[in-house]
Design a binder for this molecule. Structure first.
Ligand code: IPD
Ligand code: CA
Ligand code: CA
Length: 278
């Protein structure tokens, strides 16, 4: 009988990074012909194209060839798959920022997080339009193009730049979100909505954003980014302030001071009972 291979986190990160690089290459190649793509609407303002699916297929092929026993949870092809018990899981967003991609707005990424059992052990966010690859290994730090990164040291909300995402698929949350937005805008140096949660988290990890919050996100949007922020010294929780699990729901991230201010501020503006599965 052949012995089963043993996987280490750095080997799993390499698989994820190679898969993300391959998907990013495919997406870049498709950029020129995006005008002729068919937009399928999965839900309100939620589109998918052959580029998303083609990128995910390429990722799945590469993972299957190098780690056949892993479970794969992918946004387009296997969204209902569950994170695999005590085994290895790859949690894949083949194109985070599809709407940006479709409009040629250059902010989109490939995101792959890896878990063993319940623990995130590796993550990669590859910015498709810039030469930027964010990676992290559990207890091994976070990196941008191989250089260590850390969250910002900003402690003053009035100087902080905050990333966010709008709950555009949950119109019932828009007004509550708007109240949070008003309070955060009122007390900070600025709020940005770029359209890729994976990049928002990566930008928080390297200190470009001092904090980030969004009410409605999926496991594939955040799996890699959560580890990258934590390994960069940041905090990532749900809206109740509990350590964020890789599940559907809200995310609040940042350096320790800005995270706790952000959590308090959005709470005071009305946030209770938002963090239910969507
Ligand atoms: C979306 C992006 C966006 C966030 C949405 C996500 P997609 O992912 O991350 O920033 O606001 O909630 O669904 O659909 O482009 O992969
Ligand atoms: Ca996404
Ligand atoms: Ca996507």
């Amino acid at each position: 009988m052949q012995a089963k291979p043993t996987y280490h986190a750095d080997g799993l990160l390499q698989i994820a990074a190679d898969a993300a690089a391959e998907a990013a290459r495919l997406i870049r190649t498709a950029t020129g012909s995006r005008g002729s793509l068919v937009w399928e609407e999965k839900g309100s303002a939620d589109f998918v194209t052959d580029v998303d699916r083609g990128a995910e297929s390429a990722i799945v092929r590469l993972i299957r060839s190098r780690c056949p026993e892993a479970s794969i949870i992918g946004e387009e092809l296997s969204p209902e798959a569950s994170i695999g018990g005590s085994g290895i899981s790859f949690i894949v967003d083949p194109l985070d920022g599809t709407t940006n991609f479709l409009h040629g707005y250059p902010e989109f990424a490939v995101s792959i997080g890896v878990t063993i059992g319940p623990d995130l052990v590796a993550g990669v966010v590859e910015n498709v339009t810039k030469a930027e690859t964010f990676t992290a290994l559990r207890n091994g730090g976070a990196f941008l193009n191989g250089e260590p990164i850390s969250v910002s040291r900003q402690t003053e909300p009035s100087r902080a730049l905050i990333g966010t995402g709008f709950p555009f698929k949950r119109h019932d949350l828009l007004e509550r979100y708007a109240r949070q937005f008003v309070e955060v805008s009122r007390h900070t140096a600025g709020v940005r909505r770029a359209g890729s949660a994976a990049l928002d988290l990566a930008n928080t990890a390297c200190g470009r954003f001092d904090g980030f919050w969004e009410l409605v996100l999926a496991p594939w949007d955040i799996a890699a980014g959560v580890l990258i922020v934590r390994e960069a010294g940041g905090i990532v929780t749900d809206i109740a302030g509990r350590d964020k699990q890789i599940a559907h729901g809200a995310v609040v991230a940042g350096n320790r001071d800005i995270h706790s201010w952000l959590l308090r501020t959005i709470h005071d503006a009305g946030a209770h009972d938002i963090d239910t599965p969507q």
